[in-house]
Write a protein that binds this ligand. Structure first.
Ligand code: 13P
Length: 253
């Protein structure tokens, strides 16, 4: 594993109510116990409705919280939207931007994702910028072109290893139980690392974490997390239950 400290982040998506908060608390309890010390940071990104309550319950613990999306503006007439400043106010330290579900369901473009990443930075949040190819794009051999284009379009000057994290999530691997081979993950993460260095400059890109996401489970986490240039995971379904999420975090023990 690399010398970049890993991050295991859970993305609860549109799942969870107040009744789900004990799952997050169970993760906190286990991580605070002292006999379970993964060499990784841990974060849960719940729906915005749970962010304040979850942040309160996890305050001062090894489990950080983040938002799942933000608007590019700080405030204004944008009914239903939530700004990065509001997420910060609700206890978040990071926000996911450009998730493929946002790109697909809400037509988010690279340019919009860039504005959201800038909004995150403006509010003092870490931006977790998601990129990844569709199944058709992979079949057409376009994967590296797609992720390169997404990096150039949604990451810009001002993004550094301190304020920005990349999450490579092949769209076809999300929620499908399918994962790329470790060789494929190594190829894409290596290309992302190279592109970040070229695009931002090695100094700015230094230490920038590149997470893998897409059907990460307790039984495949160790293998996926051991791939070069994989600096952690962005976990969907398996982050909803403490036992599964802890099983993934255990890849770093
Ligand atoms: P799954 O882990 O459910 O495949 O979801 C991955 C994801 O989209 C995380 O953002």
């Amino acid at each position: 594993m690399s010398d970049i400290r890993a991050l295991v982040a859970g993305n609860w998506k549109m799942n969870g109510t107040t009744a789900s908060l004990p799952e997050a608390e169970a993760v906190m309890t286990r991580l605070s116990a002292g006999d379970f010390n993964p060499n990784a940071d841990v974060m849960i990104c719940p729906p915005a409705t749970l962010l304040r309550a979850m942040s309160d319950r996890l305050q001062g613990s090894p489990v950080a919280t983040g938002g799942e999306d933000c608007h590019a503006n700080a405030s204004g007439a944008h009914t239903g939207d939530i700004s990065a400043e509001m997420l910060k106010d609700a206890g978040a330290s990071a926000v996911i931007v450009g998730h493929s579900e946002r790109r697909a369901d809400h037509g988010e473009t690279d340019a919009m994702v860039l504005e959201k990443a800038r909004a995150a930075h403006r509010a003092g949040l870490t931006a977790i910028v998601c990129i990844g190819e569709t199944e058709a794009q992979r079949r057409a051999g376009e994967t590296l072109d797609i992720v390169t284009t997404q990096i150039r379009g949604s990451i810009a000057a001002g993004c550094t290893g301190v304020n920005t994290i990349i999450a490579y999530e092949p769209v076809w691997a999300i929620g499908s139980g399918l994962t790329p081979t470790t060789a494929d993950v190594a190829e894409v993460h290596g290309a992302i690392r190279q592109e970040l260095d070229a695009h931002l400059g090695a100094d700015a890109a230094s230490g920038m974490r590149i997470l893998y996401g897409g059907s990460v489970k307790p039984d495949n986490a160790r293998e996926l997390m051991s791939v070069e240039n994989v600096n952690g995971a962005l976990v969907g379904g398996a982050s909803l239950k403490a036992e599964d999420f802890l099983g993934i975090i255990a890849a770093y023990c």
